[in-house]
Design a protein around this ligand. Structure first.
Ligand code: UFG
Length: 343
């Protein structure tokens, strides 16, 4: 483990799934991750690699104080609401936290003189329209979000881009595809409540901890009829944040970059991979879930060119192996399962 000689980085939402893996990667690289989190969804047990500032992303003073006190040279901004379905019912809340929170953060960065921001964006900014059924998505593809969640991520990017032009900030928005897996240490992992994601639900079904899995439709225009997604290991995502922090980009520059494994895997392929690792996955076929596009697969060439980043551990077998290790012994979260300490 290294020290913190590269300086402090404020990590908003650092108690969450991707935030905590990024905090660990920052620490290992030699930064001091200062986690700023309200724990409305993150976990205190996930904050292990630097100081914690408990606060709300809509609180400009608390943000500016945290940056000044720890002399942060940059911010990585994860804090926000992520559930697509909930955004359909409570769009105003998503705009307040995701867009209002980002605007508040930018104001605090401006007053504290912090010049670099890496932003947690999403493939949800693209939506479904304007491309062929199995076409990989490049960053300049049509942006037509299919949910208020996607709208707020796109709006967040737009304010950051304006701030870059207005006061010389350097901004990188990372558009995540399907984050999955867990750190092999067993210390941190995915712990959404409620969990809606395919891989943890398939594993829970195989372990007999959850309900049987429902496959949401097999009549899509894809090779086996189930949806294709681009799964990327959470530690590859974490490494992408470190690369974005360090990329040589000029003052006032804004870049948006896809972060995915770069290949599409179907729901049935995921079920087969989980069965292979964890035993049979009890499942049935159900109707389509509203808003699911048939295929979301990243063109990841810009990440390689601009950030020098490529996925290293995002093959499905590795993702499932690491997710299974976590789900078998979660160190926190996962209501109903008995948490155990790390091995
Ligand atoms: N699926 C099932 N059964 C389930 C859960 C999921 O068949 O019980 C299917 C979905 O229909 C989809 C695939 O598995 O085809 C993956 O679904 P997830 O819910 O795991 O992930 P999504 O692709 O829906 O969502 C992810 C992120 C969102 C982000 C979106 C971007 O979790 O935050 O990608 O498009 F908005």
């Amino acid at each position: 483990m290294s020290g913190s000689n590269l300086g402090a980085v404020l990590v908003t939402g650092g108690g969450g799934y991707i935030g905590s893996h990024t905090a660990k990667a920052l620490h290992e690289r030699g930064y001091l991750p200062v986690v700023f989190d309200s724990f409305s969804s993150g976990s205190r047990d996930a904050v292990r690699w630097g100081p914690l500032v408990e606060g709300d992303i809509r609180d400009a003073d608390a943000l500016a104080r945290a940056m000044a006190e720890h002399k942060a040279a940059a911010v990585i901004h994860f804090a926000g609401l992520i559930e697509v379905g909930r955004s359909m019912n409570q769009p105003e809340l998503f705009w307040e936290h995701n867009v209002g929170g980002t605007a508040t953060l930018l104001g605090a960065m401006r007053s504290a003189g912090v010049g670099r921001l890496v932003f947690s964006s999403s493939a949800a900014v693209y939506g479904q329209g304007g491309r062929g059924p199995l076409e990989a998505i490049s960053e300049d593809a049509l942006k037509a979000p299919a949910s208020p969640y996607g709208d707020t991520k796109l709006a967040g990017e737009r304010i950051i881009e304006s701030a870059c032009a207005a006061f010389g900030l350097t901004g990188v928005a990372l558009r995540y595809f399907n984050a999955a897996g867990a750190d092999p240490s067993g210390l941190i992992g995915e712990a959404h409540e409620p969990e809606t994601h395919l891989i943890p639900l398939a594993i829970a079904a195989a372990l007999g901890d959850g309900k049987p899995l429902t496959i949401f439709g097999d009549d899509f225009d894809t090779p086996d009829g189930t949806c294709l997604r681009d799964y990327v290991h959470v530690n590859d995502l974490a490494a992408a944040h470190v690369a974005a922090l360090e990329a040589s980009l000029g003052t006032g520059v804004f870049e948006a970059v896809n972060i995915g494994g770069g290949s599409g895997r179907s729901v049935r392929e995921v079920v087969a991979a989980v069965s292979e690792a964890a035993g049979p996955v009890p499942h049935s076929l159900g109707p389509r879930r509203a808003g699911d596009p048939p295929s979301l697969v990243a063109d990841v060439s810009r990440a390689a060119e601009l950030l020098g980043w490529r996925a290293q551990c995002s093959d499905l077998a590795t993702i499932v192996r690491d997710a299974l290790a976590w789900e078998s012994r979660p160190a926190y979260g996962r209501a109903g399962r008995r948490p155990v300490s790390a091995p």
